[in-house]
Design a protein. Structure first.
Length: 377
């Protein structure tokens, strides 16, 4: 094969980005604040609706860290986290000196299982440690079961941090992902549905919470002519340059979602007569996924006696990038010894699942090559 590399998900510029970045240069707003930051935050607030407040930060990870601080998570507190996710969902728990408690997924959305969540809370409460927060994730853009997770969280009075890093533009029962948490976060890393080259956002329900997030993210300077500090601060604000890229990306977000969703439809078509392959899809019309990444689940017993690793390696040889699903956190060496609640859903998904090229910038030629290679496998 001599095709050039077909990526899983690569940055896709819309054209308007450079105008905003140029403006920042022209006005010398080359700083971690400025009109693009304000403009990008307003664009996101308008897009998300539901009267939320958005603070643009340096990364989704930083936003999760600030969210935990805002919810008062401290040393030796316990925080529940979806096990099947990217490590960035869980790492900020440890930044705070707190202890992650991992929870399994359910099979329909691959996200946090409401039953396993309740089992976990009951057991932690019985052991005298009521969890301080629940971090639930919309994996690959698929909304988690927001009503059921909310019902469990409210029953025990525990706030939800909604990790919507992969789900900008997804919705559940018509409500946008990024507005379900007591605090929510977004990511604009290079491989996400839109990018600012690197960046994230915190989404809050009140202006006061947003102000506090921005205060903590800009070194926690008290109101004084000199530098005065009564709290530990962080350098987590988004720069005006990155926000300029974000403003340009917001102009093409909906178009990019359509293209990502078309990639999902493409894989439905490719695999429609292939036994042993399920394309990850919305369980019903309550769920609307941006299909940030298209993923498949292989049944090795019926799929040509091959595993997902056989397929991944074959694609790699053909210069086509694919990737196993997120390896659950309770199986990661770094989180060895952490408590885990649930069964083997996330473990099985990891064993048999594969993400396929999903970018909004893939060409017809790319799709032709992908289809041919998948058919020949
Ligand atoms: C990308 C991602 C993050 C972290 O975002 P960054 O902007 O890369 O720090 C957090 N959670 C999930 C689920 C992600 O996919």
């Amino acid at each position: 094969m001599s095709n050039s590399k077909i990526w899983l998900s690569s940055p896709h510029m819309g054209g308007g980005e450079q105008k905003y970045v140029q403006e920042a240069f022209d006005t010398n707003w080359v700083a971690p604040l400025g009109p693009n930051v304000v403009g990008f935050e307003q664009d996101l607030e308008k897009y998300l609706g539901n009267d939320v407040f958005v603070g643009a930060l340096s990364s989704g990870t930083a936003a999760l860290h600030i969210a935990l601080i805002l919810l008062g998570v401290k040393r030796d507190d316990e925080v529940i986290c979806q096990s099947m996710t990217f490590s960035a969902s869980a790492n900020p728990i440890v930044y705070q000196g707190a202890i992650p408690v991992f929870v399994d997924s359910e099979k329909e959305t691959w996200n946090m299982c409401p039953n396993a969540l309740e089992d976990a809370i009951k057991d932690r409460v019985a052991k005298g440690k009521t969890p301080k927060a629940i971090i639930a994730v919309h994996l690959y853009g698929m909304p988690f079961k927001a009503d059921e997770i909310r019902a469990v969280a409210d029953k025990y009075g525990i706030p939800i941090i909604e990790d919507s890093a992969e789900a900008l533009g997804s919705s559940y029962k018509g409500q946008n992902c990024g507005t379900f948490g007591d605090i929510s976060i977004l990511s604009f890393n290079g491989n996400k549905i839109i990018t600012t080259s690197g960046g994230g956002a915190i989404v809050t329900k009140t202006q006061a919470q947003k102000d506090k997030a921005v205060f903590l993210s800009t070194q926690a300077r008290d109101n004084a002519p000199h530098y005065q500090h009564s709290e530990i601060g962080y350098n987590y604000r988004m720069s005006n340059i990155c926000a300029g890229i974000g403003r340009g990306q917001m102009e093409v977000l909906d178009k990019h979602i359509d293209l990502r969703r078309a990639m999902h439809d493409f894989y439905i078509e490719v695999f429609k007569n292939v036994e042993g392959v399920t394309v990850f899809s919305e369980p019903n019309t309550d769920f609307y996924s941006n299909h940030w990444l298209s993923a498949i689940l292989i049944d090795p017993k019926t799929f040509k006696n091959k595993t997902r690793e056989d397929l991944r390696v074959a694609l790699e040889i053909d210069n086509i990038e694919s990737r196993p699903l997120w390896k659950p956190m309770h199986l990661q060496p770094v989180f060895e010894g952490c408590n885990y609640y649930g069964g083997i859903v996330s473990e099985t998904l990891f064993e048999n699942g594969l993400c396929l090229p999903s970018g909004s910038n893939l060409s017809d030629e790319d799709r032709k090559i992908i289809k041919m290679r998948l058919n020949q496998f």
